[in-house]
Design a binder for this molecule. Sequence first.
Ligand SMILES: *Cc1c(COP(=O)(O)O)cnc(C)c1O
Ligand SMILES: [Zn+2]
Length: 463
Amino acid sequence: MTDANMPGVQGSLVYSCIGCGNEYDIYDFVYTCPVCGSLLKIKNLDFEAYRKVSPARWKEIFDSRKNTNLPELSGIFRFHELILPIVPLDDIIYLGEGQTPMVRANPELSAWVGAPFLVKNDGLNPSASFKDRGMASAISFLNHAIKVKGIDNVLGICASTGDTSAAAALYLSYLPKSRVRAVVLLPKGRVTPAQLSQPLGSGATVIEMPGVFDDCMRIVEELAQNYHVFLLNSKNPVRILGQKSYAYEVAQQLGWDTRDLVVVVPIGNAGNITAVMEGFIDLFALGIIPGLPTILGVQSHHANPIARWRETGKYTPQKVAPSVAQAAMIGDPVSFPKVNKLVKDHFDDRFHVVSVSETEIMEGMLTANRHGHVVCTQGGESVAGMKKALRGGVVKGSSRFVLDSTSHQLKFSTFQQMYFEDSFDPEYGVVTRQDLKSKPVSLEASADGIAGYLGLKKKSSTP
Ligand SMILES: *Cc1c(COP(=O)(O)O)cnc(C)c1O
Ligand SMILES: [Zn+2]
């Protein structure tokens, strides 16, 4: 990589209200507009200057960084100019996030789903979910802001369905303990044991509360409103900046050719799908991709306010029922107003949402994993959503599909176990299939005994 392709500190970022358009200093930790209460997004006031750079030059810059030895540019900050150009390389926190692989579905799985596809496995991030992308940007920004503003005693806090807290606790634990504390709020009994172990292992203060995610979110919003805390939910638009990298990577991994592309994304709080859409909008605005892809959101029918909005034109917050896609089990997605605006202004009929059943999600996950993948229940939701959208004619089979598997299978192995043991609470409504179940077999430690069990034929002569 030549020095000319090294990122410099540039740009001028502000929070911009999606309601009234007011702008606020990026170093003020605000999460909603103090004037009208709407969500904020981050605007680069110098973005126009980027348009003077040719698309070919942008591709050359981003492609040249593929071979970098600098940890700081090895992850999401390969796209430094489009994420946080005000943060110098020295302040970037890189823990191994981003640049996740795209794995081609094999012919059997493609046939079962209905068309060929690629799985972009975001379970292969350091805390095993895509949340690390947004945490890398939020914590790099915090690290930078602490230095610029001489801030001490920061309390980083989030509400979580499990993965945000794992990511927040991990990234915060990298910063000096003398200056930064980590606190996470979880709905008691509504995160998996693996997810609970993660923030505990990173040394965060873990607070369990009665209720579901939406209840935790309300408390954290109140704390962020009335106390000095650094909010690490995707309501903080700095998180969205990092999560846009998913879109940049998909485009780059496809050689910047996004024609006929459909990206399948499970929706919970709608931060991720917001970021994916914004990422593609950036690339299109700079001429780096020829057009916007189609975005196919997927929700469980137990938590599908955005699917219902798309169907009826009316948005109503919903009381959720238990879902195996627990990380997406959210009845009132915080980022809905952003989705609404992005669809109206940019995506229009290139945005669809399908609802899938709990049984379909489990079958999607288990079937994918029996064909070489390691997808979580939300990844299974993507698989089920693509299958359903193809069958319903929502998307064309001739499209090219990239499915977001948002976390690692192992985080959600408890749901696999419930399926294998038929121990789901009836509220989930999961109907199991015998041929998708597995359990270990106990045998004596004898080669002949095991060979007998497996029906192996003995070699005629053994020397
Ligand atoms: C958070 C999360 C989601 C949902 O993403 P949103 O940004 O909340 O829509 C989906 N899958 C996994 C594994 C998650 O952790
Ligand atoms: Zn406003």
